[in-house]
Design a protein around this ligand. Sequence first.
Ligand code: NAD
Length: 495
Amino acid sequence: MADLFIDGQWVAGAKGLTREIYCPADGSLVGVVDEATRQDTELAIRAARLAFDDGRWSTVSATERGAFLNRVADLLERDSEVIATAEARDTGKRIIEARYDVGDIVSSFRWFAGLANTNQGRIVEPGATGVFSRVAYEPVGVCGLITPWNYPLLQAAWKVAPALAAGNTFVIKPSELTPHTTIRLMKVLAEAGLPDGVANLVLGAGAEAGAPLSDHPDVDMVSFTGGVITGRRIMAAAAGTVKKVALELGGKNPNIIFADADLDAAIDNAATAIFLHSGQVCSAGARLIVEESIHDLVVDRVVAIAESIRLGGPFDPDAESGALISSDHRAKVDAYVQRGVAEGAVLRCGGKAPDGAEFADGYYYLPTVLDGCNTAMSCVQDESFGPVLTVETFSDEAEAIALGNDTIYGLAGAVWTNDLNRAQRVANALRHGTIWINDYHPYRPSAEWGGFKQSGVGRELGIAGFAEYVEPKHIYQNLSPAPSGWFAGAESPDA
Ligand code: NAD
Protein backbone atom coordinates (compact mmCIF):
# COMPACT_ATOMS: atom_id res chain seq x y z
CA MET A 1 0.00 0.00 0.00
CA ALA A 2 1.31 3.41 -0.88
CA ASP A 3 -1.04 6.37 -1.00
CA LEU A 4 1.24 9.40 -0.90
CA PHE A 5 2.28 10.65 -4.32
CA ILE A 6 5.67 12.35 -4.19
CA ASP A 7 7.85 13.12 -7.19
CA GLY A 8 5.88 10.77 -9.41
CA GLN A 9 6.14 7.81 -7.01
CA TRP A 10 3.49 6.20 -4.82
CA VAL A 11 5.04 5.91 -1.37
CA ALA A 12 4.08 5.23 2.23
CA GLY A 13 4.81 7.79 4.94
CA ALA A 14 8.29 7.81 6.47
CA LYS A 15 6.92 6.71 9.83
CA GLY A 16 4.62 4.06 8.38
CA LEU A 17 1.50 5.63 9.90
CA THR A 18 -1.92 4.76 8.51
CA ARG A 19 -5.51 5.93 8.99
CA GLU A 20 -8.78 4.05 8.64
CA ILE A 21 -11.50 5.76 6.66
CA TYR A 22 -15.11 4.98 7.61
CA CYS A 23 -18.32 5.73 5.74
CA PRO A 24 -20.30 8.21 7.86
CA ALA A 25 -23.60 6.70 6.67
CA ASP A 26 -23.09 3.28 8.23
CA GLY A 27 -19.68 3.16 9.87
CA SER A 28 -18.33 0.62 7.38
CA LEU A 29 -14.61 0.62 6.68
CA VAL A 30 -13.96 2.24 3.31
CA GLY A 31 -10.21 1.77 3.33
CA VAL A 32 -6.92 2.26 5.12
CA VAL A 33 -4.57 4.92 3.77
CA ASP A 34 -1.06 6.06 4.52
CA GLU A 35 -0.63 9.08 6.71
CA ALA A 36 2.04 11.72 6.16
CA THR A 37 4.08 13.45 8.80
CA ARG A 38 5.61 16.88 8.47
CA GLN A 39 8.74 15.20 7.10
CA ASP A 40 6.78 13.61 4.22
CA THR A 41 5.16 16.91 3.36
CA GLU A 42 8.57 18.56 3.30
CA LEU A 43 9.74 15.90 0.82
CA ALA A 44 6.71 16.62 -1.34
CA ILE A 45 7.43 20.36 -1.18
CA ARG A 46 11.03 19.66 -2.19
CA ALA A 47 9.82 17.67 -5.23
CA ALA A 48 7.41 20.42 -6.23
CA ARG A 49 10.13 23.05 -5.79
CA LEU A 50 12.61 21.20 -8.02
CA ALA A 51 9.92 20.54 -10.61
CA PHE A 52 9.01 24.22 -10.65
CA ASP A 53 12.54 25.54 -10.70
CA ASP A 54 13.70 23.39 -13.62
CA GLY A 55 10.70 24.55 -15.65
CA ARG A 56 9.47 21.08 -16.61
CA TRP A 57 5.86 22.27 -16.50
CA SER A 58 6.02 26.06 -16.66
CA THR A 59 7.85 25.89 -19.99
CA VAL A 60 5.25 23.58 -21.54
CA SER A 61 3.23 25.80 -23.88
CA ALA A 62 -0.04 27.15 -22.60
CA THR A 63 -1.81 25.42 -25.48
CA GLU A 64 -0.34 22.10 -24.34
CA ARG A 65 -1.33 22.76 -20.74
CA GLY A 66 -4.88 23.47 -21.85
CA ALA A 67 -4.93 20.27 -23.93
CA PHE A 68 -3.62 18.36 -20.92
CA LEU A 69 -6.47 19.63 -18.72
CA ASN A 70 -8.99 18.56 -21.34
CA ARG A 71 -7.39 15.09 -21.34
CA VAL A 72 -7.77 15.01 -17.56
CA ALA A 73 -11.44 15.97 -17.96
CA ASP A 74 -11.91 13.11 -20.45
CA LEU A 75 -10.32 10.61 -18.06
CA LEU A 76 -12.43 11.84 -15.15
CA GLU A 77 -15.51 11.39 -17.31
CA ARG A 78 -14.37 7.88 -18.17
CA ASP A 79 -13.93 7.11 -14.44
CA SER A 80 -16.97 9.04 -13.30
CA GLU A 81 -18.86 6.14 -11.72
CA VAL A 82 -15.80 4.94 -9.81
CA ILE A 83 -15.14 8.47 -8.57
CA ALA A 84 -18.78 9.11 -7.62
CA THR A 85 -18.89 5.83 -5.69
CA ALA A 86 -15.67 6.63 -3.82
CA GLU A 87 -16.92 10.14 -3.00
CA ALA A 88 -20.26 8.79 -1.78
CA ARG A 89 -18.55 6.26 0.50
CA ASP A 90 -16.06 8.74 1.96
CA THR A 91 -18.58 11.52 2.56
CA GLY A 92 -21.81 9.57 3.07
CA LYS A 93 -23.53 11.71 0.45
CA ARG A 94 -26.03 10.17 -1.93
CA ILE A 95 -24.55 8.67 -5.08
CA ILE A 96 -26.79 10.89 -7.20
CA GLU A 97 -25.22 13.98 -5.59
CA ALA A 98 -21.75 12.53 -6.02
CA ARG A 99 -22.51 12.06 -9.73
CA TYR A 100 -23.50 15.73 -10.00
CA ASP A 101 -20.21 16.57 -8.29
CA VAL A 102 -18.24 14.62 -10.92
CA GLY A 103 -20.03 16.56 -13.66
CA ASP A 104 -19.03 19.81 -11.95
CA ILE A 105 -15.45 18.58 -11.53
CA VAL A 106 -15.18 17.81 -15.24
CA SER A 107 -16.63 21.25 -16.07
CA SER A 108 -14.06 22.93 -13.82
CA PHE A 109 -11.19 21.24 -15.65
CA ARG A 110 -12.68 22.21 -19.00
CA TRP A 111 -13.18 25.82 -17.90
CA PHE A 112 -9.55 26.23 -16.86
CA ALA A 113 -8.38 24.31 -19.94
CA GLY A 114 -10.02 27.08 -21.95
CA LEU A 115 -8.36 29.80 -19.89
CA ALA A 116 -4.83 28.37 -20.04
CA ASN A 117 -4.11 29.95 -23.37
CA THR A 118 -5.55 33.35 -22.50
CA ASN A 119 -2.51 34.21 -20.45
CA GLN A 120 -0.57 35.92 -23.21
CA GLY A 121 0.67 38.99 -21.40
CA ARG A 122 0.35 42.47 -22.89
CA ILE A 123 2.39 45.29 -24.28
CA VAL A 124 1.91 48.46 -22.29
CA GLU A 125 2.18 52.11 -23.20
CA PRO A 126 5.96 52.77 -22.89
CA GLY A 127 5.80 56.31 -21.45
CA ALA A 128 8.87 57.36 -23.50
CA THR A 129 10.27 56.74 -26.94
CA GLY A 130 12.89 54.04 -27.27
CA VAL A 131 11.25 51.82 -24.69
CA PHE A 132 9.62 48.43 -24.99
CA SER A 133 7.45 47.67 -21.99
CA ARG A 134 5.38 44.57 -21.45
CA VAL A 135 3.61 42.67 -18.69
CA ALA A 136 4.14 38.91 -18.56
CA TYR A 137 1.94 36.55 -16.56
CA GLU A 138 3.96 33.87 -14.85
CA PRO A 139 3.03 31.00 -12.56
CA VAL A 140 3.27 31.78 -8.84
CA GLY A 141 5.51 28.75 -8.21
CA VAL A 142 4.91 25.98 -5.68
CA CYS A 143 1.31 25.97 -4.45
CA GLY A 144 0.12 24.34 -1.22
CA LEU A 145 -3.50 23.24 -1.70
CA ILE A 146 -5.61 22.28 1.32
CA THR A 147 -9.17 21.04 0.89
CA PRO A 148 -12.21 20.11 3.07
CA TRP A 149 -14.45 17.05 3.29
CA ASN A 150 -17.83 18.27 2.04
CA TYR A 151 -17.04 18.38 -1.71
CA PRO A 152 -13.61 16.75 -1.62
CA LEU A 153 -12.75 16.37 -5.30
CA LEU A 154 -14.72 19.41 -6.45
CA GLN A 155 -12.82 21.68 -4.05
CA ALA A 156 -9.59 20.05 -5.20
CA ALA A 157 -10.52 20.63 -8.86
CA TRP A 158 -11.11 24.35 -8.23
CA LYS A 159 -7.47 24.59 -7.15
CA VAL A 160 -5.62 21.92 -9.14
CA ALA A 161 -7.03 22.93 -12.55
CA PRO A 162 -6.08 26.64 -12.40
CA ALA A 163 -2.75 25.86 -10.72
CA LEU A 164 -1.80 23.55 -13.59
CA ALA A 165 -3.30 25.80 -16.28
CA ALA A 166 -1.01 28.61 -15.14
CA GLY A 167 2.11 26.40 -15.02
CA ASN A 168 2.54 25.92 -11.27
CA THR A 169 3.56 22.83 -9.36
CA PHE A 170 1.73 21.83 -6.20
CA VAL A 171 1.37 19.72 -3.10
CA ILE A 172 -2.23 18.94 -2.17
CA LYS A 173 -3.56 17.76 1.17
CA PRO A 174 -7.21 16.70 1.20
CA SER A 175 -9.23 16.36 4.38
CA GLU A 176 -8.03 13.41 6.41
CA LEU A 177 -11.66 12.17 6.42
CA THR A 178 -12.14 11.96 2.64
CA PRO A 179 -8.88 11.13 0.80
CA HIS A 180 -9.93 8.59 -1.83
CA THR A 181 -11.03 10.75 -4.75
CA THR A 182 -7.96 12.98 -4.51
CA ILE A 183 -5.81 9.82 -4.65
CA ARG A 184 -7.74 8.92 -7.79
CA LEU A 185 -7.14 12.36 -9.29
CA MET A 186 -3.37 11.92 -8.89
CA LYS A 187 -3.60 8.65 -10.82
CA VAL A 188 -5.48 10.42 -13.58
CA LEU A 189 -2.95 13.27 -13.74
CA ALA A 190 -0.12 10.73 -14.08
CA GLU A 191 -2.01 8.79 -16.72
CA ALA A 192 -2.63 11.99 -18.67
CA GLY A 193 1.14 12.51 -18.81
CA LEU A 194 1.97 15.11 -16.16
CA PRO A 195 5.74 15.18 -15.53
CA ASP A 196 6.92 13.75 -12.18
CA GLY A 197 7.07 16.19 -9.30
CA VAL A 198 4.51 18.64 -10.70
CA ALA A 199 1.59 17.20 -8.70
CA ASN A 200 2.24 15.80 -5.22
CA LEU A 201 -0.19 14.40 -2.67
CA VAL A 202 0.12 14.06 1.09
CA LEU A 203 -2.58 12.66 3.36
CA GLY A 204 -3.20 13.19 7.03
CA ALA A 205 -4.12 15.59 9.79
CA GLY A 206 -3.98 19.32 9.17
CA ALA A 207 -1.70 20.29 12.03
CA GLU A 208 0.91 17.68 11.04
CA ALA A 209 0.72 16.93 7.31
CA GLY A 210 -0.91 20.24 6.30
CA ALA A 211 0.98 22.82 8.35
CA PRO A 212 4.15 22.95 6.19
CA LEU A 213 2.02 24.04 3.25
CA SER A 214 1.45 27.35 5.00
CA ASP A 215 4.73 27.87 6.85
CA HIS A 216 7.44 26.36 4.61
CA PRO A 217 9.65 28.89 2.81
CA ASP A 218 9.67 26.85 -0.43
CA VAL A 219 5.90 27.17 -0.84
CA ASP A 220 5.00 30.34 -2.74
CA MET A 221 1.26 30.27 -2.23
CA VAL A 222 -1.21 28.50 -0.01
CA SER A 223 -4.80 28.05 -1.16
CA PHE A 224 -7.13 26.78 1.53
CA THR A 225 -10.80 25.85 1.69
CA GLY A 226 -12.23 25.09 5.09
CA GLY A 227 -13.45 26.65 8.31
CA VAL A 228 -12.74 30.23 9.39
CA ILE A 229 -10.77 29.23 12.48
CA THR A 230 -8.38 27.08 10.44
CA GLY A 231 -8.25 29.82 7.82
CA ARG A 232 -7.08 32.38 10.38
CA ARG A 233 -4.43 29.93 11.56
CA ILE A 234 -3.19 29.34 8.01
CA MET A 235 -3.07 33.06 7.26
CA ALA A 236 -1.04 33.65 10.41
CA ALA A 237 1.34 30.79 9.60
CA ALA A 238 1.78 32.08 6.04
CA ALA A 239 2.76 35.51 7.34
CA GLY A 240 6.14 34.19 8.45
CA THR A 241 7.23 33.80 4.83
CA VAL A 242 4.78 36.38 3.37
CA LYS A 243 3.29 33.89 0.95
CA LYS A 244 0.40 34.54 -1.26
CA VAL A 245 -2.78 33.37 0.53
CA ALA A 246 -6.13 32.39 -0.96
CA LEU A 247 -8.87 31.46 1.50
CA GLU A 248 -12.36 30.05 0.87
CA LEU A 249 -13.95 29.91 4.30
CA GLY A 250 -17.35 29.48 5.84
CA GLY A 251 -20.59 31.34 5.41
CA LYS A 252 -23.76 32.21 7.29
CA ASN A 253 -25.88 32.93 4.33
CA PRO A 254 -29.13 34.93 4.33
CA ASN A 255 -32.07 33.79 2.24
CA ILE A 256 -34.48 36.75 2.13
CA ILE A 257 -38.12 36.23 1.10
CA PHE A 258 -40.40 39.20 0.41
CA ALA A 259 -44.18 38.77 0.56
CA ASP A 260 -44.55 39.44 -3.17
CA ALA A 261 -42.29 36.52 -4.17
CA ASP A 262 -43.44 33.40 -5.98
CA LEU A 263 -43.96 31.62 -2.69
CA ASP A 264 -44.16 28.08 -4.06
CA ALA A 265 -40.71 28.51 -5.57
CA ALA A 266 -39.31 30.45 -2.61
CA ILE A 267 -40.48 27.95 0.00
CA ASP A 268 -39.35 24.88 -1.91
CA ASN A 269 -35.94 26.45 -2.53
CA ALA A 270 -35.65 27.64 1.07
CA ALA A 271 -35.68 23.99 2.09
CA THR A 272 -33.16 22.98 -0.59
CA ALA A 273 -31.00 25.97 0.29
CA ILE A 274 -30.35 24.60 3.78
CA PHE A 275 -31.08 20.88 3.72
CA LEU A 276 -29.12 19.92 0.57
CA HIS A 277 -26.23 17.63 1.64
CA SER A 278 -27.53 17.96 5.21
CA GLY A 279 -26.46 21.59 5.33
CA GLN A 280 -22.80 20.72 4.87
CA VAL A 281 -22.47 23.32 2.14
CA CYS A 282 -20.48 26.53 2.66
CA SER A 283 -23.13 28.53 0.80
CA ALA A 284 -26.12 26.87 2.53
CA GLY A 285 -29.06 29.22 3.03
CA ALA A 286 -28.93 28.78 6.80
CA ARG A 287 -30.71 32.03 7.70
CA LEU A 288 -34.28 32.35 6.47
CA ILE A 289 -35.16 36.04 6.66
CA VAL A 290 -38.84 36.38 5.87
CA GLU A 291 -41.22 39.33 5.63
CA GLU A 292 -43.43 39.43 8.75
CA SER A 293 -46.74 39.17 6.90
CA ILE A 294 -45.89 35.77 5.39
CA HIS A 295 -43.91 34.34 8.29
CA ASP A 296 -46.44 31.73 9.45
CA LEU A 297 -47.26 30.52 5.97
CA VAL A 298 -43.61 30.20 4.91
CA VAL A 299 -42.31 28.64 8.11
CA ASP A 300 -45.18 26.13 8.40
CA ARG A 301 -44.49 24.92 4.87
CA VAL A 302 -40.70 24.79 5.29
CA VAL A 303 -41.21 22.78 8.49
CA ALA A 304 -43.53 20.39 6.63
CA ILE A 305 -40.85 19.84 3.97
CA ALA A 306 -38.15 19.38 6.63
CA GLU A 307 -40.24 16.76 8.41
CA SER A 308 -40.83 14.87 5.19
CA ILE A 309 -37.16 14.56 4.13
CA ARG A 310 -36.14 10.90 3.97
CA LEU A 311 -32.67 10.29 5.34
CA GLY A 312 -30.58 7.37 4.21
CA GLY A 313 -27.28 6.02 2.96
CA PRO A 314 -25.50 6.81 -0.30
CA PHE A 315 -27.01 3.87 -2.20
CA ASP A 316 -30.53 3.97 -0.75
CA PRO A 317 -32.70 4.92 -3.75
CA ASP A 318 -35.38 6.41 -1.46
CA ALA A 319 -33.01 8.65 0.49
CA GLU A 320 -33.27 12.39 -0.09
CA SER A 321 -30.42 13.43 2.19
CA GLY A 322 -27.53 11.73 3.97
CA ALA A 323 -25.56 11.64 7.18
CA LEU A 324 -23.21 14.20 8.70
CA ILE A 325 -19.51 13.60 8.20
CA SER A 326 -18.59 12.37 11.69
CA SER A 327 -19.74 11.77 15.20
CA ASP A 328 -17.80 14.84 16.37
CA HIS A 329 -19.44 17.01 13.76
CA ARG A 330 -22.90 15.77 14.71
CA ALA A 331 -22.16 16.56 18.35
CA LYS A 332 -21.14 20.10 17.31
CA VAL A 333 -24.33 20.59 15.30
CA ASP A 334 -26.44 19.34 18.19
CA ALA A 335 -24.65 21.61 20.69
CA TYR A 336 -25.31 24.53 18.35
CA VAL A 337 -29.04 23.69 18.24
CA GLN A 338 -29.26 23.28 22.02
CA ARG A 339 -27.50 26.64 22.48
CA GLY A 340 -30.02 28.24 20.15
CA VAL A 341 -32.91 26.82 22.15
CA ALA A 342 -31.31 27.99 25.41
CA GLU A 343 -31.03 31.47 23.90
CA GLY A 344 -34.77 31.51 23.17
CA ALA A 345 -35.14 30.04 19.69
CA VAL A 346 -38.28 27.96 19.15
CA LEU A 347 -37.51 24.41 17.97
CA ARG A 348 -40.12 23.71 15.26
CA CYS A 349 -38.74 20.35 14.12
CA GLY A 350 -35.69 18.12 14.33
CA GLY A 351 -33.13 18.97 16.99
CA LYS A 352 -31.93 15.40 17.39
CA ALA A 353 -30.71 12.30 15.63
CA PRO A 354 -33.45 10.22 13.98
CA ASP A 355 -34.79 7.14 15.74
CA GLY A 356 -34.60 3.78 14.02
CA ALA A 357 -32.17 0.91 13.75
CA GLU A 358 -31.30 1.84 10.16
CA PHE A 359 -29.71 5.07 11.44
CA ALA A 360 -27.89 3.58 14.41
CA ASP A 361 -24.49 3.19 12.75
CA GLY A 362 -24.47 6.50 10.87
CA TYR A 363 -24.17 10.13 11.95
CA TYR A 364 -27.62 11.30 10.93
CA TYR A 365 -29.32 14.44 12.23
CA LEU A 366 -32.89 15.45 11.56
CA PRO A 367 -33.57 18.54 9.45
CA THR A 368 -34.10 21.24 12.05
CA VAL A 369 -35.91 24.58 12.06
CA LEU A 370 -35.31 27.16 14.79
CA ASP A 371 -37.95 29.89 14.69
CA GLY A 372 -38.10 33.22 16.53
CA CYS A 373 -34.41 33.97 16.09
CA ASN A 374 -32.57 37.28 16.11
CA THR A 375 -29.05 38.45 15.32
CA ALA A 376 -28.00 38.50 18.98
CA MET A 377 -28.21 34.70 19.05
CA SER A 378 -25.19 32.53 18.43
CA CYS A 379 -27.30 30.21 16.26
CA VAL A 380 -27.81 33.13 13.85
CA GLN A 381 -24.18 34.23 13.89
CA ASP A 382 -22.23 30.95 13.98
CA GLU A 383 -21.96 28.51 11.11
CA SER A 384 -23.49 25.14 12.12
CA PHE A 385 -22.54 23.38 8.87
CA GLY A 386 -25.47 21.08 9.51
CA PRO A 387 -29.17 20.81 8.57
CA VAL A 388 -30.28 23.69 10.76
CA LEU A 389 -32.36 26.63 9.56
CA THR A 390 -32.83 29.74 11.70
CA VAL A 391 -35.78 32.06 11.02
CA GLU A 392 -35.83 35.85 11.44
CA THR A 393 -38.44 38.35 10.27
CA PHE A 394 -38.29 41.85 8.77
CA SER A 395 -40.80 44.59 8.15
CA ASP A 396 -39.24 46.52 5.27
CA GLU A 397 -36.49 46.41 2.65
CA ALA A 398 -33.97 48.36 4.72
CA GLU A 399 -34.36 45.96 7.62
CA ALA A 400 -34.02 42.94 5.32
CA ILE A 401 -30.72 44.30 3.99
CA ALA A 402 -29.44 45.19 7.47
CA LEU A 403 -30.20 41.68 8.72
CA GLY A 404 -28.63 40.07 5.66
CA ASN A 405 -25.42 41.98 6.28
CA ASP A 406 -25.35 41.47 10.06
CA THR A 407 -22.74 38.71 9.98
CA ILE A 408 -18.97 38.40 10.00
CA TYR A 409 -19.32 36.25 6.88
CA GLY A 410 -20.01 37.25 3.29
CA LEU A 411 -20.11 34.19 1.08
CA ALA A 412 -23.58 33.99 -0.48
CA GLY A 413 -27.19 35.07 -0.14
CA ALA A 414 -30.49 35.18 -1.97
CA VAL A 415 -33.45 37.48 -2.40
CA TRP A 416 -36.91 36.37 -3.49
CA THR A 417 -39.25 39.03 -4.85
CA ASN A 418 -41.24 39.82 -7.97
CA ASP A 419 -40.29 43.50 -7.74
CA LEU A 420 -37.26 43.39 -10.03
CA ASN A 421 -36.03 46.86 -9.10
CA ARG A 422 -36.06 45.85 -5.47
CA ALA A 423 -34.30 42.61 -6.36
CA GLN A 424 -31.44 44.58 -7.89
CA ARG A 425 -31.31 47.08 -5.00
CA VAL A 426 -31.09 44.30 -2.43
CA ALA A 427 -28.56 42.34 -4.49
CA ASN A 428 -26.39 45.45 -4.72
CA ALA A 429 -26.63 46.16 -1.00
CA LEU A 430 -25.84 42.66 0.27
CA ARG A 431 -22.13 42.23 1.00
CA HIS A 432 -21.72 38.63 -0.08
CA GLY A 433 -19.69 37.11 -2.92
CA THR A 434 -22.64 35.45 -4.68
CA ILE A 435 -26.23 36.73 -4.72
CA TRP A 436 -29.07 34.73 -6.20
CA ILE A 437 -32.28 36.42 -7.25
CA ASN A 438 -35.29 34.08 -7.21
CA ASP A 439 -33.05 31.03 -7.02
CA TYR A 440 -30.63 29.34 -4.64
CA HIS A 441 -27.40 27.37 -5.13
CA PRO A 442 -26.56 27.42 -8.87
CA TYR A 443 -23.02 28.44 -9.69
CA ARG A 444 -21.02 28.57 -12.91
CA PRO A 445 -17.34 27.67 -13.36
CA SER A 446 -17.12 30.84 -15.46
CA ALA A 447 -18.26 33.07 -12.58
CA GLU A 448 -16.11 33.98 -9.59
CA TRP A 449 -16.80 32.21 -6.30
CA GLY A 450 -15.65 33.46 -2.92
CA GLY A 451 -16.30 35.58 0.07
CA PHE A 452 -16.49 39.13 1.34
CA LYS A 453 -15.44 39.79 4.94
CA GLN A 454 -14.39 36.70 6.92
CA SER A 455 -15.62 34.30 4.25
CA GLY A 456 -12.26 34.52 2.60
CA VAL A 457 -9.53 36.17 0.62
CA GLY A 458 -9.45 35.99 -3.17
CA ARG A 459 -11.70 34.06 -5.51
CA GLU A 460 -11.98 30.65 -7.09
CA LEU A 461 -13.44 29.92 -10.55
CA GLY A 462 -14.15 32.60 -13.14
CA ILE A 463 -11.30 34.72 -14.46
CA ALA A 464 -10.13 35.74 -11.00
CA GLY A 465 -9.84 32.10 -9.93
CA PHE A 466 -7.17 31.70 -12.62
CA ALA A 467 -5.49 35.01 -11.75
CA GLU A 468 -4.88 33.75 -8.19
CA TYR A 469 -2.30 31.34 -9.61
CA VAL A 470 -0.52 33.94 -11.71
CA GLU A 471 2.13 36.56 -10.92
CA PRO A 472 2.20 39.58 -13.21
CA LYS A 473 5.69 40.74 -14.08
CA HIS A 474 6.54 44.06 -15.73
CA ILE A 475 9.48 43.84 -18.14
CA TYR A 476 10.82 47.24 -19.25
CA GLN A 477 13.48 47.48 -21.91
CA ASN A 478 15.29 50.67 -22.83
CA LEU A 479 16.12 50.31 -26.52
CA SER A 480 18.72 53.12 -26.41
CA PRO A 481 20.56 52.85 -23.07
CA ALA A 482 22.20 56.09 -21.88
CA PRO A 483 23.48 57.49 -18.57
CA SER A 484 20.64 58.76 -16.47
CA GLY A 485 22.60 61.85 -15.37
CA TRP A 486 20.74 61.86 -12.03
CA PHE A 487 23.92 62.26 -9.91
CA ALA A 488 26.69 64.58 -10.97
CA GLY A 489 29.35 62.00 -10.00
CA ALA A 490 27.89 59.59 -12.48
CA GLU A 491 29.20 61.65 -15.40
CA SER A 492 31.77 59.97 -17.59
CA PRO A 493 35.41 60.97 -16.66
CA ASP A 494 35.91 61.99 -20.33
CA ALA A 495 33.05 64.47 -20.21
P1 NAD B 1 -11.36 22.48 8.39
O1 NAD B 1 -10.97 23.91 8.46
O2 NAD B 1 -11.51 21.71 9.63
O3 NAD B 1 -10.32 21.66 7.51
C1 NAD B 1 -10.08 21.96 6.15
C2 NAD B 1 -8.73 21.38 5.76
O4 NAD B 1 -7.71 22.04 6.49
C3 NAD B 1 -8.56 19.89 6.06
O5 NAD B 1 -7.82 19.30 5.01
C4 NAD B 1 -7.73 19.89 7.35
O6 NAD B 1 -6.98 18.73 7.54
C5 NAD B 1 -6.83 21.08 7.08
N1 NAD B 1 -6.20 21.70 8.24
C6 NAD B 1 -6.68 21.79 9.50
N2 NAD B 1 -5.79 22.45 10.29
C7 NAD B 1 -4.74 22.79 9.50
C8 NAD B 1 -3.51 23.47 9.71
N3 NAD B 1 -3.18 23.96 10.91
N4 NAD B 1 -2.67 23.64 8.68
C9 NAD B 1 -2.98 23.17 7.46
N5 NAD B 1 -4.12 22.49 7.19
C10 NAD B 1 -5.00 22.31 8.20
O7 NAD B 1 -12.69 22.48 7.52
P2 NAD B 1 -13.63 21.23 7.21
O8 NAD B 1 -14.33 20.88 8.48
O9 NAD B 1 -12.87 20.19 6.47
O10 NAD B 1 -14.65 21.88 6.18
C11 NAD B 1 -15.77 22.58 6.58
C12 NAD B 1 -15.56 24.08 6.43
O11 NAD B 1 -15.15 24.38 5.10
C13 NAD B 1 -16.81 24.87 6.66
O12 NAD B 1 -16.54 25.98 7.48
C14 NAD B 1 -17.20 25.35 5.26
O13 NAD B 1 -17.96 26.52 5.25
C15 NAD B 1 -15.88 25.50 4.61
N6 NAD B 1 -16.00 25.43 3.14
C16 NAD B 1 -15.91 26.58 2.41
C17 NAD B 1 -16.07 26.55 1.03
C18 NAD B 1 -15.99 27.81 0.20
O14 NAD B 1 -15.99 27.72 -1.03
N7 NAD B 1 -15.94 28.99 0.78
C19 NAD B 1 -16.29 25.33 0.39
C20 NAD B 1 -16.36 24.16 1.17
C21 NAD B 1 -16.21 24.24 2.54
